[in-house]
Design a protein around this ligand. Structure first.
Ligand code: 3PG
Length: 332
């Protein structure tokens, strides 16, 4: 059974006392099946060691048993899309904090972490530009028919619809505008219209309207119990002739059967995804150049994104142990 470490305190003094005892000498594991760029790793190590902590690394691991072994005596974890499930936490009795260097934290069992008193954080915004650039690249790649001569079209003048106007969605919208696209967006969780107004982006009131208008639909919803499998046949078939769905969010939000049916019935539709759906090889065989997926998740695969997210993760850990700062905690 893991040690339960409290992270909410009745009194300020209680908190100060608790964290002073942890200020230095924590063991931090960087566990990345898909490693950060070397410069980012160096930066993370410098920050953590500079604050008096120890750093160990487990990179490119191929089996979960390696992760289970590596977490045995660590106090903190920095991960990317690595799956931090209940058994990983059970194997890490000293674990106090997990920082997902990136935006989506669907790879961490946040409820289990909360039950064990483990703080989970992400680093929102730090890799957004890299993901947004990939979304634009994917739109252009598909509109040029996977770089097939004599068959391309331009994205200028087309309507770009953004599903979820958070850090990445907003950057994709702005880049689309710079490329001469008409940009519309849907996000029921953004309370304030001023964000859309400031960007010159039209806010639409329903998801149905968004898909109906989308020559390119760029997806930026997280994978949650509500969103998994939520993008399917009806929405896809409502898109205009020649439309492309661009998914740099999560493969799980797509209803793959619905996608297959829509692509079969509508020979003009295209799907491009930053990472392959489970039925990827079948889609490839059936739909040729109307479907493309990256072999590994590529959105955050830039030196800049790794440095931004990795260093933010290291700083958040240092700050948490020094002061108890939980600003970026996602499992409160
Ligand atoms: C994210 O959620 O931050 C992106 O999907 C990047 O994930 P990665 O760090 O596994 O590449």
């Amino acid at each position: 059974m893991a040690t339960i470490v409290p992270y909410t305190f009745e009194k300020k003094e209680e908190k100060a006392l608790y964290f002073t005892s942890f200020t230095k000498g924590m063991k931090v594991l960087i566990a990345t099946e898909k490693p950060f760029a070397a410069k980012a790793v160096q930066g993370i190590v410098d920050i953590l060691e500079g604050a008096g902590h120890r750093v160990v690394r487990l990179e490119k691991y191929t089996d979960k048993s390696q992760l289970l072994e590596a977490v045995a005596d660590v106090d903190a974890l920095i991960v990317r899309s690595d799956k931090i499930t209940a058994d990983v936490m059970a194997a890490a009795p000293n674990l106090k904090i997990v920082v997902r260097a990136g935006a989506g934290f669907d790879n961490v069992d946040c409820a289990e972490a909360k039950a064990r008193g483990i703080v989970v954080m992400n680093t929102p915004g730090q890799n957004s530009n890299a993901v947004a650039e990939l979304a634009v690249a994917m739109m252009i790649f598909m509109s040029r028919n996977c770089f097939t001569p004599g068959t391309g079209s331009e994205i200028k003048g087309k309507t770009l619809a953004i599903h979820a106007y958070g850090n990445v969605g907003r950057l994709v919208g702005l880049k689309g505008k710079a490329l001469g696209m008409t940009v519309v967006a849907y996000d029921p969780f953004v309370a304030d219209n001023s964000v859309f107004e400031a960007d010159g982006v039209e806010r639409v009131e329903s998801v149905e309207e968004l898909y109906r208008r989308a020559d390119f639909l760029s997806l930026h919803i997280p994978a949650t119990a509500q969103t998994k499998g939520s993008i399917g046949y009806d929405l896809l078939c409502s898109m205009p002739k020649g439309a492309t769905l661009v998914n740099t969010a999560r493969k799980e939000v797509i209803d793959e059967q619905g996608l297959k049916k829509a692509l079969s019935e509508r020979e003009d539709l295209k799907y491009v995804s930053d990472v392959a759906p489970d039925s990827g090889s079948e889609l490839s065989e059936l739909f040729g150049k109307r479907y493309f997926a990256t072999p590994k998740k590529m959105g955050a695969e830039t030196a800049e994104a790794n440095i931004n997210a990795g260093l933010a993760a290291a700083n958040q850990i240092v700050d948490y142990f020094a002061t108890g700062n939980t600003r970026f905690q996602v499992n409160k």
